[in-house]
Design a binder for this molecule. Structure first.
Ligand SMILES: Cc1ncc(C[n+]2csc(CCOP(=O)(O)OP(=O)(O)O)c2C)c(N)n1
Ligand SMILES: CC(=O)[C@@H](O)[C@H](O)COP(=O)(O)O
Ligand SMILES: [Mg+2]
Length: 651
């Protein structure tokens, strides 16, 4: 890695003779394969942008020129070239983020990994440059073909095209894939542009050869070039970009650094909005990735670089696979059930459903807002759509959930995978928002299953609701063992009572979804503190079940525990329900601090924020003792239970 190690910043790269770039690209690929197979990460996307990122940092002068990456998962090469070559703890606690990070470098701008935002940032930064009179500074936005299917990209393009005098360079990194092949009219359009590539090569040969031919050479070339324009307009309606008022350069071989530098220099000098359309290959240079039909190694876990076998095989089954399997069973029973994915068919578990019901699956691209409104349409048309997205990405479709699905009382079921702490993908990936923002949606019902059986049951219950949105949410984790209920009170499952029969329990532990195992552990630990507890799983957390408020009335303290932000979550809703029912029992809410969490593993973060058995027990004991419960009261409590003092109704 001699050459790569000599690159401590873009200036070093720009001084490198062009004939050493192929070797540097090779070293970078070797580095990525070795490092990312060891830690896990977005191997495919980054192998695909090696030459592109080299060309970007040779033509532009970051950070005074801003080089922006959409989604940011393809910024590893950018990091390598901007002084960050220790990938030993990539995406791990204390290590490099898997996305750009302003805390890591002045070269980084966009940290949030929600797709299709880069053109918006670029529009704003270009306007800022213009207002500050920084005409010499360039804004370069790198956007994937997948991200281009997001509506926000088109909102930005509409504005960017408005100002013909505002320099802005859009680099389309077209590898024909999101995870799987990119869908939709945009992808088809890009495909037709790709077909001219062969024509481009033929023309560049023609230009070299014919222009060397004295006399007839030049006119023949011009005629051919004219034909090309006609051909491209006929076969490859690039007119769309040019009709928008955007200069189009391409398609360019995205692995030919010289061609890339030439195109980027032309774009740099254009003085207005310009698109450079680059053709790249996801996973380039690593045969297993190139051959991987699923997603060209979009994101890999830690794997053996030779065999591609996981270095830490997981033994359990994921929540995602339980959902995917049950939806196939439901699909066999109900022809009205259809499914929608936003460019993440396999990651959200819809692969089996798609295989068995190809006409009942819709991949809308990275377009969660459209997915939601289209679902409202499908429901209005008499079907029951299941919209499967990662919890954090539903944020983008909040208004559509509220004003399209809920307002019209549409029976749409949202399945939110990666709910709660995800961890290693950083702050923008934690699914810590849904049980807060969805609280305000009238009529919406939300379930948080505690185990596989409840996931199957609650998914079926959700699909039985045809006049309101329903939500089922679960984490990025393996499903634990079944957690049986000892009793169902209303819609609430009682999981454990530690108070002896006839004695009033003190704490009601409300375990939301996958917090059940930790709450059961906490109840056992509280016993050692002389604090008795009842652990319940509300199953459907919105609306709050009246049975839960009745149970609360029989306890002296209510502690809710959720894998969601504390603000406006289930705990807040339960506390309000108790107040509304004039039940004056103190409540405490345990959850994720309302902060942007720095990347680390899910277990490390849960431990840090106290959402573990010991953490919940310690916090609950503190709350209990502060109001006189627990061991110091145990003597008095024993007396009152014997003398029938102010004991409460038994459970
Ligand atoms: C709003 C949103 N939805 C879904 C995702 C999940 N996601 C991450 S990368 C990716 C595919 C991006 O494809 P593309 O833009 O073509 O980039 P490539 O990986 O091909 O380089 C998706 C769907 C996301 N990051 N943001
Ligand atoms: C960049 C992006 O949004 C996804 O690729 C993200 O990395 C999801 O990873 P998991 O599918 O492992 O949760
Ligand atoms: Mg792509």
């Amino acid at each position: 890695m001699f050459l790569l190690e000599s690159i401590q910043g873009p200036a070093d790269l720009r001084m490198l003779p062009a004939d050493q770039l192929p070797r540097l690209a090779e070293e970078i690929r070797d580095f990525l394969i070795e490092a990312v197979t060891r830690t896990g990460g977005h191997l495919g996307p980054n192998l695909g942008v090696v030459e592109l990122t080299l060309a970007l940092h040779r033509v532009f002068d970051s950070p005074s020129d801003r080089i922006l990456f959409d989604t940011g998962h393809q910024s590893y090469v950018h990091k390598l070239l901007t002084g960050r070559q220790d990938f030993s703890r990539l995406k791990a606690k204390g290590g490099l983020s898997g996305y750009p990070s302003r805390a890591e470098s002045a070269h980084d701008v966009i940290e949030n990994s929600h797709a299709s935002t880069v053109l918006g940032y670029a529009d704003g930064l270009a306007k800022a440059n213009q207002l500050h009179g920084h005409g010499d500074r360039h804004v370069v936005a790198v956007i994937g073909d997948g991200a281009l299917t997001g509506g926000m990209a088109w909102e930005a393009l509409n504005n960017i095209a408005e100002a013909q005098d505002r320099p802005l360079i859009i680099v389309v990194n077209d590898n024909e894939r999101s995870y799987s092949p990119t869908i939709g009219g945009m992808a088809n359009h890009l495909a037709t542009l790709r077909t001219t590539q062969g024509y481009e090569r033929f023309l560049s040969w023609g230009k070299e050869t014919l222009q060397r031919t004295p006399g007839v050479g030049a006119p023949i070339y011009e005629a051919l070039h004219g034909a090309k324009k006609g051909f491209k307009d006929a076969v490859a309606p690039q007119g769309m970009f040019e009709d928008l008022g955007l200069k189009y350069i391409g398609p360019i071989d995205g692995h030919d650094t010289s061609a890339l530098e030439s195109a980027l220099k032309r774009a740099k000098g254009f003085g207005g909005p310009v698109i450079v359309h680059c053709l790249t290959e996801k996973g380039r240079g690593y045969r297993p990735a190139e051959l991987d039909e699923a997603d060209h190694f979009h994101q890999v876990g830690a794997i053996d670089p030779i065999t591609c076998e996981p270095l830490r095989p997981s033994s359990g089954i994921s929540w995602t696979s339980v959902f995917g399997g049950e939806l196939v069973e439901i699909g066999r029973e109900r022809a009205d059930v259809v499914a929608i994915t936003a460019a993440m068919l396999a990651p959200v578990g819809l692969g089996k459903f798609a295989k068995e019901f190809p006409e009942r699956i819709f991949d809308v691209g990275i377009a969660e807002q459209h997915a939601t409104v289209s679902a409202a349409g499908l429901a209005t048309g008499g079907l029951h759509p299941v919209v499967a997205v990662y919890a954090t990405f539903l944020n983008r479709a909040f208004d559509q959930v509220l004003m399209d699905v809920a307002l019209h009382k549409c029976g749409v079921t949202f399945v939110l995978d990666r709910a709660g702490v995800t961890g290693t993908d950083g702050a923008s990936h934690n699914g810590m928002w849904d049980m807060s923002i969805l609280q305000v949606v009238p009529g919406l019902r939300l379930a948080a299953p505690r185990d596989a059986d409840q996931l199957r049951a609650e998914l079926r219950e959700a699909l039985d609701v045809d006049d309101a949105p329903t939500v089922v949410r679960f984490p990025k984790a393996e499903v634990g063992p079944p957690i049986p209920a000892v009793e169902r009170v209303g819609g609430v499952d009682v999981l454990l009572r530690t108070a002896e029969p006839g004695r009033a329990p003190e704490v009601l532990l409300v375990a939301v979804g996958t917090m059940a195992p930790a709450c059961l552990d906490a109840a056992a630990l509280l016993t050692a503190d002389g604090i008795t507890a009842t652990v319940v799983d509300p199953r459907w957390v919105k609306p709050v079940d009246p049975a839960l408020t009745e149970l609360a009335a029989r306890h002296r303290l209510v502690v809710t525990v959720e894998d969601n932000g504390r603000i406006g979550g289930v705990g807040a809703a339960v506390a309000m329900a108790l107040r509304d029912a004039e039940i004056d029992v103190p409540t405490r809410e345990l959850g994720i601090p309302q902060e942007f969490l720095v990347h680390a593993s899910r277990s490390e973060i849960l431990d840090e924020i106290g959402l573990t058995g010991p953490g919940i027990a310690a916090q609950t004991a503190g709350f209990a003792k502060a109001i006189g419960l627990g061991r110091q009261q145990s003597a008095a409590r024993v007396t009152s239970s014997i003398t029938g003092g102010d004991s409460q109704r038994g459970i």
